[in-house]
Design a protein around this ligand. Structure first.
Ligand code: BGC
Length: 439
């Protein structure tokens, strides 16, 4: 069986385990051989077409920061922005799949480290770039827990630009105070959180917001983590935890209750408009990955006064992980440009400039204390959590399951939330959606 380490029983691996690596440096350097022997980088370096879904709002600012470093490091390679709108890659992945099938590949594309990459590997659409890891000494620059999630049958197919945390509640402290909720003491578990939502509802504000399908899956996965714990949640992907179990039913019932507190008119919105009511003081909570930091930053909002954050109740000590990672497609027209891009995104300079704006933390674990000090309070906190917490992989963001499975889960979730089907029917749909996992 192919080996891709997604979840099973992976405890936190301290960042300290990763030895210091050097700065990946700038474009150029020696030729890299892939493990198959051919040189995958041979070819045009005059431009690089970069496909992401960082097309709008605060995410676009992150991409612009990266582009700036790229052009400084590679003045002779033209950056071509091939971004496709839609948070979570909701539109991009479909377009990408068609482009790859039609041999119309971009020079590099954003994907999630972990199971999502297996789709492209199985279809023989992306190239083994393990040689670049040796050339740039990336195996010692990235923490072992990340290298593990990037490795498939001993090969690596992408370079991560960042690490995001998904299990974060973003809250408006003023809305909580108006409802008589202690902002210093987050609820201990989902039931206590639901009790707080009742208070907010009674005070006349929307307790929690959620947007389109993928944001609902995102919310659901964090409730699964809270109710099953890290081991139980990890077991969902290797068959040890049954999707038709009572524990899963408990989580789905919690999800149903929490969805009942949301504003339905936001259910077709992307993540940023769906969380705006929280930023504006019309709603209390939103569960979102820490790209939310970028949204607050872009509206000049300050942590502590304008917003507070805490792990989804019941997930303290667990880091729900995802990483954006870039590839070399087999049919890339400018593989030389791709190499330059991968060098920039893996370099300390690129990772610092990008992550400061994006809300995520650098995938590299060799930042000095002074370099870490340049990041926001939230990000320094996330760096510590990533080093100390138990790591689990995100469903909604491709770390835990292939695209096909996350699409099927997403269909089951929207069918449930839009038709008001019973929890039993919902669970039956989810069981169907996940039937190939662990096989
Ligand atoms: C990506 C993030 C992005 C978020 C919202 C996630 O899948 O990993 O980089 O900010 O979607 O679009």
């Amino acid at each position: 069986m192919r080996r891709i380490t997604t979840l099973a029983g992976i405890a936190a691996v301290s960042l300290a385990l990763a030895a210091c690596g050097g700065n990946a440096g700038t474009n150029g350097g020696t030729e890299t051989q892939s493990s198959e022997g051919a040189n995958p980088w041979e070819g045009d370096a005059s431009q690089v077409d970069v496909m992401t879904w960082w097309e709008a709002g605060s995410e676009k600012l992150g991409l612009e920061a990266l582009e700036k470093v790229f052009q400084e490091q590679n003045p002779d390679t033209k950056f071509v922005n091939a971004a496709i709108a839609g948070g979570g890659g909701s539109q991009a992945k479909q377009k990408l799949s068609a482009d790859l099938a039609n041999k119309n590949a971009p020079d590099t594309f954003q994907a999630h480290a972990g199971a999502e990459l297996t789709d492209y590997i199985d279809a023989d659409q992306i190239v083994d770039i393990s040689g670049l890891y040796d050339e740039l000494d990336l195996k010692s620059a990235f923490p072992a827990t990340l290298i593990d999630r990037l490795t498939v049958d001993g090969s690596i197919y992408s370079v991560p630009s960042n690490v995001h945390r998904a299990n974060v509640v973003w809250a408006n402290p003023n809305v909580l105070k108006e409802a008589g909720i202690d902002t210093e003491k987050p609820p201990a578990d989902i039931d206590a959180w639901i009790a707080d939502m009742e208070k907010i509802k009674a005070a006349g504000k929307t307790p929690i917001t959620v947007g389109m399908a993928w944001t609902q899956v995102h919310l659901l996965e964090t409730i699964l983590i809270a109710d099953l714990g890290a081991d139980g949640y990890n077991g969902l992907f290797d068959g040890k935890t049954k999707w038709d179990s009572d524990e899963v039913k408990k989580a789905l019932t919690h999800f149903e209750k929490i969805m009942s507190f949301t504003d339905k008119s936001l259910h077709s919105e992307d993540w940023e408009p769906a969380m705006n009511p929280v930023i504006e003081g019309k709603a209390a909570y939103n569960v979102m990955g820490d790209w939310a930091v970028a949204a607050y930053d872009s509206q000049q909002k300050k942590a502590g006064t304008d917003y507070i954050y805490f792990p989804v109740p019941g997930t303290d000590g667990i880091f729900d992980f995802l990483a954006d990672s870039f590839t070399l497609p087999k049919d890339a027209k400018h593989p030389g440009g791709t190499k330059a891009w991968l060098q920039t995104i893996s370099s300390k300079e690129g990772q610092i400039a990008f992550n400061k704006v994006k809300g995520s933390i650098p995938a590299r674990s060799d930042l000095s204390d002074a370099e870490k000090g340049e990041f926001s309070e939230y990000q320094q906190n996330a760096m510590q959590s990533f080093g100390n917490d138990t790591i689990v992989s995100s469903i909604a963001h491709g770390a835990a399951v292939p695209v096909k499975v996350s699409n099927a889960i997403s269909d089951a979730v929207t069918k449930f939330t839009e038709t008001g089907a019973s929890v039993d029917d919902f669970q039956a749909e989810i069981v169907k959606a996940t039937q190939d996992l662990g096989k």
